[in-house]
Design a protein around this ligand. Structure first.
Ligand SMILES: [Zn+2]
Length: 124
């Protein structure tokens, strides 16, 4: 059985793209590529299984935001529907790309804090 881990602190560290254990080492070695281990504390990050979860969460959030924005701006762009599509489409792409790393960091941090997959087998 692993020690009690603070989920709230881990999620905050993960969303800042830092190691959920120490908060110092980088979680990613590139845009969405998870580092094999923390450079600071040596936490093995290979047990993470974020898979498609972060993408689903980002789609859920971004689509709700853009759907709400569409309702607010629809009447203003009645004569220029392509302009509305261009603005909202650009917003979807930018928002999605900006949200993916912190959401993936959050998912990995939750997995570590809850001892999911291989994170629970070793102390650390
Ligand atoms: Zn660390």
């Amino acid at each position: 059985m692993c020690e009690q881990r603070n989920t709230k602190d881990a999620v905050l560290k993960g969303m800042l793209l830092r190691c959920p254990h120490c908060g110092e080492g980088k979680l990613f070695r590139s845009y969405l590529k998870v580092a094999p281990s923390c450079q600071h504390c040596g936490l093995d990050l290979t047990p993470q299984r974020a898979d498609d979860g972060p993408a689903y969460i980002v789609i859920l959030i971004v689509c709700h935001l853009v759907g709400f924005a569409l309702h607010l701006t629809y009447k203003s762009f009645l004569d220029h529907p392509l302009m509305l599509a261009l603005i909202l489409g650009t917003g979807v792409i930018v928002l999605s790309l900006a949200m993916l790393p912190p959401v993936k960091g959050m998912v990995i941090a939750i997995q570590w804090a809850k001892g999911m997959h291989g994170f629970g087998a070793k102390a650390g």
